[in-house]
Design a protein. Structure first.
Length: 74
């Protein structure tokens, strides 16, 4: 489902509140940070909130890359 301005705004609000509250946050994704930014950009092309969300995640999270064969394809 394509992201909406409302949905991306809500995601940013949650991430930002946890950042400002020094709350631990675990995020899992199959996307790189660049891919996530593109995925969170609504169809109207306004990527400001998507960029802000990914920037917050970069500031507050440590990336842990998991490599290996997918369990789904076994």
């Amino acid at each position: 489902e394509p992201p909406t301005d409302w949905g991306v705004s809500k995601i940013y609000t949650i991430i930002n509140a946890r950042y400002e509250g020094y709350k631990p946050t675990i995020v899992t994704s199959n996307y790189t940070d660049t891919e996530l930014e593109k995925r969170l950009t609504p169809q109207n092309g306004d990527d400001m909130t998507a960029r802000a969300t990914v920037d917050r995640l970069r500031e507050m999270c440590e990336a842990l890359v998991m490599e290996g064969q997918s369990w789904r394809s076994r």
